[in-house]
Design a protein around this ligand. Structure first.
Ligand SMILES: [Zn+2]
Length: 472
C-alpha cells in the first residue's frame, strides 16, 4: 500500500490484537474469521482490477504470522497485510472470482473472544454441491401446493369439495418420483459442537455419520438424499431448514452427538419439535444448547430471517404444524426402534423440544442425538467407522420404514404398492383420462368421500394409482 509506506507512524502501540485468521470454505461462500483481543472498528470494501477485498481495522496490530493461513479451495488466492495511518491494520485478500462481502462482529463465547466475521459470498453459486433433480423437486412442489391449498380452504371454512370441483383435472402420468431426504450434519466450521474427553469434535463425527446416512438412503430405490453441508463450514440454523425447503425435501433429519458435564450418561435419543415446550427438563436444556450454535458459528449474515411465507400463518400454520409433527413423531418412533437394536437408548420415547432446526412448518423433521460424546466409551464408538455405519443404517431404515407405510402419492413407492392392488371389488385403478368427479360419479360416492377414504390431500390423480371406493 503506497500510503502506508509513505506515512510516518508515531511509535504508539495499537489497542487490538489480531490473534489469528481462520478460514472456512463452503460451495457458495468463504467465511474469514478474525480472532480479536477486543472490539474493533472495521471497514470492509471491494476493489477491482485486480479483484481484491480490503479489511481495515482501526488501532489494530497483527499478533501472529499470517503466512500459515491456508486459503483452501476458495475465492481467496492470497492475503497481504500492511500498516495504515500508523496504528491501523490493513488486510488485503487477492481474489480469483467475483464476490459479495458481508461482515459482522461476534461477542465472546466460552470458546472464543471477539471475532470479526467476513463472509465472501459467490453470486450465482448454490449452497449445495449436489442439488436435487429439478424435475423431482417440481413434482413434489406441485404436491405441496395442492396440500397447502386444501388446508387453506379448510382454514377459511370453505368446503374442500367445492375447492376441488373447480380444478377437476384429468389423471396425470405417474411420475414415480424419488422421496427426498435432507440429511443435516450439525454444527461445522467455527462451531465444533460438543467436544469429547479425548478431543473428538461433534462436528466431525456427525459429518461422517450423515455422509453414511445419505449414502444408505440414496442407495435405496425410490429415495434420494442430500447433505446440508458436506465439508467443514458453518451453516446457520434457519439456513438448514431453508435448504431443505428449496430442495423440496419430504423429510429432514439433523444428526448430532450429545454431551453433558458428567461422563456417565450414554445412549441414543430422538427428538421432534414441540409446540408447547419441552417434554422434559433435559430436553429443554439440550434444545437451548443446540440453539446456541448460531452464537458460536455465526448466523448467515446474508440470510433474511423474516418469515417469507405469509400464507403459512395462524390457523393454517397450526393445521400444517400439527400434521407435520404427527408425521415426525411417527417416523421418530421407527428410527428409535431401529436405533434400539444397535445401541442403548438414552430415552425410550421420542422427546420433544423447541429446536430451531426442526421448525419447518411443512417438512417432517427429526433431530437425532446419536450418542454421548462426553462418555469416553461412547466417544470411542462414535469415532469408529463400523459404529457410524450401524447408526447411519438405523436412521436410514427408520425413515425408509415410515415412507414404505405412508408413501406420498406421486412417489415410486406409492406406484409400487399399487401394482399388487386394484382388482378387488372396493378398489379402482385410475385410467388415463379419468377425473376425480367422474370416478366418484361412476361409483356413486361424493368426491369428498372418495378423497377422505384415500387420504388424498390434493386434486391430482395419477394413472395407475389405486383408489379405495368407500361404501355410500
Ligand atoms: Zn449438536
Amino acid at each position: 500500500m503506497v500510503f502506508a509506506i509513505c506515512h510516518v507512524a508515531p511509535a504508539q502501540a495499537a489497542d487490538v490484537d489480531v490473534d489469528n485468521i481462520r478460514l472456512w470454505a463452503a460451495p457458495d461462500h468463504v467465511r474469514v474469521v478474525f480472532d480479536l483481543s477486543d472490539e474493533v472498528d472495521s471497514s470492509v470494501f471491494k476493489l477491482d482490477d485486480p479483484r481484491r477485498l480490503v479489511v481495515d481495522l482501526k488501532d489494530t496490530q497483527l499478533a501472529f504470522d499470517p503466512d500459515g493461513v491456508d486459503p483452501e479451495d476458495s475465492a481467496i488466492e492470497a492475503l497481504r497485510t500492511g500498516r495504515r495511518n500508523g496504528d491501523d491494520l490493513r488486510v488485503v485478500f487477492d481474489l480469483n472470482r467475483k464476490i459479495e462481502p458481508h461482515h459482522f462482529l461476534l461477542p465472546p463465547t466460552d470458546q472464543y473472544g471477539y471475532r470479526l466475521v467476513v463472509d465472501l459470498d459467490y453470486p450465482g453459486e448454490g449452497a449445495l454441491d449436489e442439488p436435487v433433480d429439478p424435475i423431482a423437486a417440481m413434482i413434489r412442489d406441485q404436491e405441496m401446493d395442492a396440500e397447502r391449498e386444501l388446508r387453506q380452504a379448510e382454514a377459511e371454512g370453505a368446503s374442500p369439495s367445492a375447492a376441488l370441483a373447480k380444478r377437476d383435472s384429468q389423471a396425470k402420468p405417474h411420475p414415480k418420483r424419488d422421496i427426498i431426504v435432507a440429511v443435516d450434519p450439525g454444527h461445522g466450521g467455527e462451531d465444533p459442537g460438543a467436544i469429547g474427553p479425548s478431543g473428538t469434535y461433534e462436528k466431525d463425527v456427525v459429518l461422517a455419520i450423515a455422509r453414511k446416512v445419505k449414502a444408505y438412503i440414496s442407495a435405496t430405490s425410490g429415495f434420494k438424499a442430500f447433505l446440508t453441508r458436506d465439508s467443514d463450514y458453518y451453516v446457520g440454523l434457519r439456513k438448514r431448514t431453508l435448504l431443505a425447503r428449496e430442495q423440496k425435501a419430504d423429510f429432514f433429519v439433523s444428526v448430532h452427538a450429545d454431551a453433558v458435564k458428567s461422563r456417565g450418561p450414554t445412549g441414543s435419543s430422538v427428538y421432534a419439535l414441540s409446540k408447547n415446550g419441552a417434554t422434559s427438563e433435559s430436553a429443554r436444556w439440550l434444545a437451548e444448547s443446540e440453539n446456541r450454535s448460531d452464537l458460536i458459528g455465526g448466523v448467515d449474515g446474508n440470510l433474511d430471517l423474516s418469515d417469507k411465507d405469509e400464507v403459512l400463518r395462524g390457523v393454517l400454520l397450526d393445521l400444517t404444524m400439527t400434521a407435520t409433527m404427527n408425521e415426525s413423531l411417527s417416523t421418530g418412533g421407527q428410527v428409535l426402534d431401529k436405533l434400539g437394536r444397535i445401541n442403548r437408548l438414552h430415552r425410550s420415547q421420542v422427546e420433544q423440544a423447541g429446536f430451531v432446526v426442526l421448525k419447518s412448518p411443512d417438512i417432517p423433521s427429526l433431530l437425532i442425538e446419536t450418542g454421548f460424546i462426553s462418555n469416553p466409551g461412547e466417544e470411542k464408538k462414535l469415532r469408529s467407522s463400523a459404529f457410524q455405519e450401524k447408526i447411519a443404517d438405523a436412521i436410514g431404515d427408520g425413515i425408509i420404514a415410515h415412507f414404505r407405510r405412508h408413501p406420498p402419492p406421486s412417489s415410486l413407492l406409492a406406484w409400487q404398492r399399487d401394482q399388487g392392488r386394484g382388482e378387488g371389488p372396493d378398489e379402482y385403478r385410475v385410467q388415463k383420462g379419468d377425473t376425480l368427479s367422474q370416478v366418484a360419479a361412476r361409483h356413486d360416492v361424493t368426491m369428498l368421500a372418495l378423497k377422505q377414504a384415500n387420504d388424498l390431500s390434493g386434486d391430482i390423480l395419477r394413472v395407475g394409482q389405486v383408489l379405495k371406493i368407500p361404501h355410500s
